[in-house]
Write a protein that binds this ligand. Structure first.
Ligand SMILES: [Zn+2]
Ligand SMILES: [Zn+2]
Ligand SMILES: [Zn+2]
Ligand SMILES: [Zn+2]
Length: 126
């Protein structure tokens, strides 16, 4: 079995008995999450669960559009089906490079992008 997951906990950065996320390479101690028992079968860390329905089975048949989108700013994931249900923004362009879940995320993201641009233009030359 090939295991590409981290061998240290993504919360405390220590090794040991880790539960592995089935959605990303992150590993965690069950105790760092306050889990009472190690989950059976597939387990998904919070950043791999849908921010609306909380379901980690992001690629299973949830609806007619089983795809998921990731907020460009906070890296939370959402089922497109859940977004459409919740916000009725069926026509939003989820496929564009920088999709933001909320206006707040967009504002933060835009601000950060500006900040980065300023940093790249930092003085030092000339
Ligand atoms: Zn830990
Ligand atoms: Zn994960
Ligand atoms: Zn969902
Ligand atoms: Zn966000």
């Amino acid at each position: 079995m090939i295991c590409d997951n981290d061998n240290v906990c993504s919360i405390c950065n220590y090794g040991g008995d880790l539960i592995l996320c089935d959605g990303c390479p992150s590993s965690f101690h069950d105790t760092c999450f306050g889990l009472k028992e190690v989950p059976d079968g597939d387990w998904f860390c919070p950043s791999c669960c849908c921010g609306i329905c909380g379901d980690g089975k992001l690629r299973k048949e949830i609806g007619p559009t089983p795809e998921l989108v990731t907020c460009y700013q906070c890296v939370l994931k959402y089922h497109t089906a859940c977004l459409i249900k919740k916000r009725a923004d069926e026509h939003a362009d989820y496929q564009r490079g920088s999709w933001y879940y909320s206006n707040k995320c967009e504002q933060v993201g835009v601000k950060l992008a500006q900040l980065l641009r300023v940093l790249h233009l930092a003085p030092g030359e000339g």
